[in-house]
Design a binder for this molecule. Structure first.
Ligand SMILES: Cc1ncc(COP(=O)(O)O)c(C=O)c1O
Length: 469
């Protein structure tokens, strides 16, 4: 076996990663094409997660590479404040056309986190510009993920992402998340019952507690992704929309992962036939290749800023050096062209029944506690080993990597969200590999849960033995 020379691993602080563990067992990709990565040791790894949910059109799309390369040589940068460039307006127009009708004023950011914080700031500033400065509370949802900036972390509801950072924003509360395994385990698609009652709790508990006239906005993901694929029951989002309307609360959908065809529709809101007042996106907007996010707002919201701000004033004192940089705009326009040509949302919708069937084939395997799916997303939740929450899913994740499949784990949940270019035989491979990994880890008992034990076992970690640091 040939040895692979790895770079010096000491300087780079790897995000959202157990660095000591990772550096003892690094997993590095050196190339990607279509639905596959090439690992450092040359193995092909099937991408079961479209990168971090961000590569819907498959890797290394030639048309994006060419467009970005040409753009870098034509106009590399133009100041984002007080000047701009035509591509920024073209990208906004194209994105507005892709948005649900009416959400056609676009603010560009560089990430999903920035989109979340931008949307929250627009909500607060909107009420102020409309003469309601006391509407300044923000509501999110338990287990919601809105990125890592202070607004998103505060409105988000993932305990592990909050506890290290103190109190974050004040004036924030959370509604309940929709997962009810006791009632809905192994539901195929959207759970049938409980949606209206759960949504009504928002009004009965949170809206009443805070006094509706103090609440600026509710921000939620149509389907909660990062916390492990939590799918709202039927009727839930429509009822949430009604409650927001009744009380003048802005509804913000964070569509950073549900956007761009993931559920088989352009947007998650389309799937549930509910339109928000603001929509945040990122990731798939450029097919993952250039950092870019966006907030789409209803025209009335934009108009309120234009009509109510003093003449000559900057209506929204907010923006980023890299808002709508030329290469991001080019990448976004080219990605939207690919979506238009290849109808990737329709492709996802067409594959979703096959994907659902394949995902639910894992039912009955040891440790599998729940399987949830919608569009081209699936979450497989495992029983947690006492005192070792997350260890089983992590071991399955490592085993999948060894077997040539990249999946994502969070707690004791494995999430699958392949590129929308995935083929049926690759869907089979994803779930067959997962089945093998689950069976192997379950059969190994406690030893299987100890990553360090793997490292000591040369045969099991043959791929790892090929690399030297
Ligand atoms: C719903 C949601 N919002 C926001 C984000 C943050 O995006 P980024 O990592 O680009 O800041 C994510 C990332 O996974 C997400 O899933």
């Amino acid at each position: 076996m040939s040895q692979v020379k790895l770079p010096d691993l000491s300087h780079y602080w790897v995000p959202f990663t157990a660095n000591r563990q990772f550096k003892a067992m690094p997993r590095l990709f050196k190339a990607a094409k279509g639905n596959y990565y090439t690992a450092m040791d040359g193995r092909q790894i099937l991408d079961g997660t479209a990168g971090l949910w961000c590569v819907p059109a498959g890797h290394a799309r030639e048309e994006i590479a060419i467009a970005v390369g040409e753009q870098l040589r034509t106009l590399d940068y133009a100041p984002a404040f007080q000047t701009s460039h035509p591509l920024a307006f073209e990208a906004a127009t194209r994105l507005a056309e892709y948005m649900p009708a009416g959400l056609d004023r676009i603010f560009f950011t560089d990430s999903g986190s920035e989109s979340a914080d931008t949307a929250l700031k627009i909500a607060l500033a909107y009420h102020r510009v409309c003469g309601n400065p006391l509407r300044n509370k923000l509501i999110g949802r338990e287990r919601g993920y809105h990125g890592v900036n202070f607004g998103g972390v505060s409105v988000g509801g993932i305990a592990g992402n909050r506890k290290a950072f103190g109190n974050a924003l004040s004036g924030v509360d959370h509604i309940r998340h929709p997962l009810d395994i006791a009632k809905n385990a192994f539901t195929k698609g959207v759970p049938a019952d409980g949606g209206i009652a759960l949504a009504n709790e928002f009004e009965q508990r949170i809206v009443t507690l805070h006094d509706p006239s103090t609440i600026a906005a509710l921000m939620i993901e149509p389907v909660q992704g990062s916390a492990g694929v939590l799918i709202p029951p039927q009727g839930y989002l429509k009822r949430i929309r009604e409650i927001c309307d009744k009380h003048g609360i802005l509804l913000i959908f964070d569509e950073v992962i549900t956007g761009f065809g993931r559920l088989g529709t352009k947007w998650g809101g389309d799937y549930f036939d509910v339109m928000p007042d603001m929509l945040t996106c990122a990731k798939g907007l450029t097919n993952g290749v250039v950092p870019m996010g966006a907030v789409a707002v209803k025209r009335e919201i934009y108009d309120a800023f234009m009509e109510n701000s003093p003449t000559g004033a900057i209506e929204l004192p907010h923006g980023y050096t890299y808002s709508a940089i030329p290469i991001a705009c080019t990448a976004a326009i080219t990605t939207l062209n690919i979506f238009a040509q290849e109808k990737l949302e329709h492709r996802a919708a067409g594959l979703s029944a096959y994907f659902e069937q394949a995902a639910h084939s894992l039912k009955g395997l040891a440790m599998v506690k729940d399987i949830r799916n919608i569009g081209l997303v699936a979450g497989i939740e495992f029983e947690s080993v006492v005192g070792k929450v997350g260890a089983f899913a992590f071991a399955v994740y490592l085993k999948c990597y060894e077997l040539g499949l990249h999946v994502r784990y969070t707690g004791d949940i494995i999430a699958i969200s392949p590129p929308l270019t995935i083929e049926k035989h690759e869907i089979d491979r994803i779930f067959n590999t997962l089945a093998d990994a689950i069976k192997t880890v379950a059969a190994q008992g406690e030893t299987g849960l100890d990553a360090n034990q793997y490292l000591k076992n040369e045969q099991q970690w043959a791929w790892h033995q090929q690399v030297t640091i």
